[in-house]
Design a protein around this ligand. Structure first.
Ligand code: SF4
Length: 305
């Protein structure tokens, strides 16, 4: 199996109790079946609490339901009680993986860091090195899949072109975004206004009061010229994470529009100091709710800018 990841991927370190957000605050953690079976066997006080807090939700998933908006195992010092009592290996798959994401393409597995973690967002948005992808070969066997190899390699080549456009210093950032849309299949590409983007985002579930407040505040009228490095990193992230998924649905345009929408909104609501923070907030709201990301990609497929 070929493993692919951005150059900065392995530099990430969770800052745990120093984190201003903590990943498990505000999210219901889905517990994978292997961890759930293990938790049922744990003895002592922590075992009793694990069994008490595991609930089955309406989708049949086992979850830790929130307690006043927090994971029941997140203690007052923002440390995880499961980690403290049983060690890192006892964390369920969701907690072990966050903020990493994985996309399987049969013989290739692409992984990366998600913007929804504030520390990962700072790394991604402020990254100054070459945005290179690293390839590694592992002993794992390719996963069975029905990916059309021709589509896959065409999309891989197209994504490479999009990466080159993002780095094209001869174009303004606005023109880079327009070219991304055109290469993804948009006829007569135009950039959306912030108002158009906010209208689309307001139809999604709002997960945090901060996001609600942000969307109802007046965006700043500004171009991208002050923050080209940061906005290029954000555009690269969205193209890397989502574009190749088009191999499953043929929807290149919705992925390119998601990248543009993210850039327009993050640019409009941030200043030079807080781009990573706004990118983190955008990601947490839009990408880390299955309903929200599915609905926005559906809307972006059906509506032109
Ligand atoms: S959000 Fe990121 S830095 Fe914060 S606790 Fe979670 S993984 Fe660690």
């Amino acid at each position: 199996m070929k493993l692919v990841y951005p150059k900065y991927y392995k530099d990430f370190k969770c800052i745990a109790s120093r984190c201003e957000d903590t990943c498990c605050a505000g999210w219901e953690i889905v517990v994978d079946p292997v961890s759930a079976s293990f938790y049922k066997t744990v003895s002592g006080e922590i075992g009793d609490k694990l069994r008490r807090e595991m609930k089955t939700d309406s989708d049949g998933d086992i979850i830790f339901s929130l307690n006043n908006g927090r994971c029941p195992f997140l203690n007052g010092r923002n440390l995880c009680d499961i980690y403290s009592a049983l060690g890192e290996n006892a964390l369920c798959h969701t907690c072990t993986m966050f903020p990493r994401f994985v996309e399987d393409y049969g013989g290739t597995c692409e992984t990366g860091l998600g913007l929804a973690c504030p520390e990962a967002a700072r790394m991604i948005v402020n990254y100054s090195g070459d945005r290179e992808l690293i390839f590694e070969f592992t002993d794992e066997m390719p996963l069975p899949n029905d990916i059309d190899p021709e589509d896959y390699f065409n999309l891989l080549a197209l994504r490479k072109k999009l990466f080159a456009v993002i780095d094209d210093g001869g174009l303004s950032f606005e023109n880079r975004l327009l070219k991304i849309l055109s290469l993804a299949g948009e006829n007569n590409a135009t950039l959306p206004s912030v108002e158009q983007c906010v209208k689309m985002l307001s139809k999604l579930d709002i997960l945090t009061p901060r996001w609600k407040k942000l969307l109802s505040s007046a965006p700043k009228e500004k171009d991208f010229s002050q923050n080209i490095k940061e906005m290029s990193n954000i555009a690269w992230y969205y193209i890397y994470r989502y574009f190749l998924r088009s191999v499953f649905d043929g929807e290149t345009l919705s992925k390119a529009r998601l990248c543009v929408l993210a850039c327009v909104v993050i640019n409009a609501y941030s200043n030079e100091e807080n781009i990573a923070d706004i990118a983190h907030l955008f990601s947490k709201e839009v990408e880390y709710s299955a309903d929200n990301i599915n609905n926005i990609l559906k809307d972006l497929r059906n509506e032109t800018f």
